[in-house]
Write a protein that binds this ligand. Structure first.
Ligand SMILES: Nc1nc2c(ncn2[C@@H]2O[C@H](COP(=O)(O)OP(=O)(O)OP(=O)(O)O)[C@@H](O)[C@H]2O)c(=O)[nH]1
Ligand SMILES: [Mg+2]
Length: 288
């Protein structure tokens, strides 16, 4: 093919950054100006369960099989791509732009279903960054960091809004919480509001982890004989990441299942979720 005289604009000016091989890739998406966006859409304070569920429906494990784990809280979500992924040849700009645009589109598409009586008043938009982590320890530490952040923010916000709802101004509430430890905050909730922080929804305290679990099913083969088949189930859990088992890759990162997952998910899951729970925790299959 003969190149035109203008082809140099691509050859000489366009550069692709490829993310280093043999590293887990984390894409973190964060809502832009969600302080204003949540106010404008009257999200409940400090946590709006529906808004968080809407974010969960955007977790892209079904769309992109190379994403093996996602963690979200507040207006952010982190997506972990398996370490050997060849998704778009590991081109950073492709990975980031696809993830953030897909996430945003699903957020807008699913809005009406989650908030049937709320008009979407302005377009939500998100930023995204990609970071590479060389091993499971650093991935686990990364996710633990995000979860600790979720805990610190949620505990602060729970106290802050309880104080404001009880009649303090926002400035007074801020002053009351200045310099308080985590233990002080728990005591404040217990003494002033007879609240046990641990009774708050696990989704608020621990954020949402999305991953595939294996389910064994008996299906009929081509000859009509029953045979066992393992299928990946997309699961959302509100659990401690620090104790989560990433080490046995088969638990969450079964690569052969990964290849199958995109088509199987389609076939397996209608639009409705089922759930089960105990205590303040529960798990359910994500409606996609
Ligand atoms: N009321 C309410 N607000 C929420 C909820 N989840 C997120 N937010 C808001 O979203 C903000 C997220 O924090 P940031 O990402 O630091 O703030 P931001 O306004 O999005 O700022 P940038 O990310 O820098 O654009 C919180 O401070 C809240 O104001 C929710 O469930 N309820
Ligand atoms: Mg934000």
């Amino acid at each position: 093919m003969v190149n035109s005289e203008y082809e140099y604009v691509k050859r000489e000016f366009e550069f692709d950054r490829r993310l280093p091989p043999s590293n887990w890739i984390v894409v973190r998406i964060d809502g832009c100006h969600f302080h204003r966006f949540s106010k404008m859409h009257a999200f409940e304070k400090p946590n709006d369960e529906n808004a968080l569920r809407l974010m969960e429906t955007c977790a892209m494990l079904k769309k992109f099989p190379d994403i093996v784990f996602a963690y979200g809280a507040s207006d952010e979500y982190s997506f972990v791509f398996r370490e050997e992924t060849e998704f778009y040849n590991r081109r950073e700009s492709k990975i980031l732009s696809l993830c953030v645009s897909y996430f945003t589109s699903v957020y807008v598409m699913k809005w009406k279903k989650i908030f049937p009586n709320k008009e979407l008043k302005e377009p939500p938009y998100f930023d995204a960054r990609a970071v590479c982590y060389p091993n499971l320890k650093t991935i686990r530490d990364y996710l633990a960091w995000r979860q600790v952040d979720c805990h610190i923010n949620n505990q602060y916000n729970t106290c802050f809004w309880m104080l404001v709802k009880s009649g303090k101004s926002e400035q007074e509430a801020q002053l009351s919480l200045k310099g308080t430890s985590s233990k002080d905050k728990n005591e404040l909730l217990a003494q002033q509001f007879q609240m046990n922080y641990d009774d708050e929804l696990a989704m608020f305290r621990k954020g949402s982890s999305v991953y595939r679990e294996k389910e064994e099913k008996v299906v009929k083969n081509d000859y009509g004989d029953p045979m066992k088949r393992t299928r990946p189930i997309l699961t959302v859990a509100h659990v401690d990441i620090i104790g989560f088992s990433f080490d046995k890759p088969n638990d969450a990162v079964d690569l052969s299942l990964m290849n199958e997952s995109a088509s199987l998910m389609m076939e397996q899951y209608p639009d409705i979720a089922f759930g089960y729970g105990f205590g303040s925790e529960y798990r359910y299959v994500v409606p996609i």
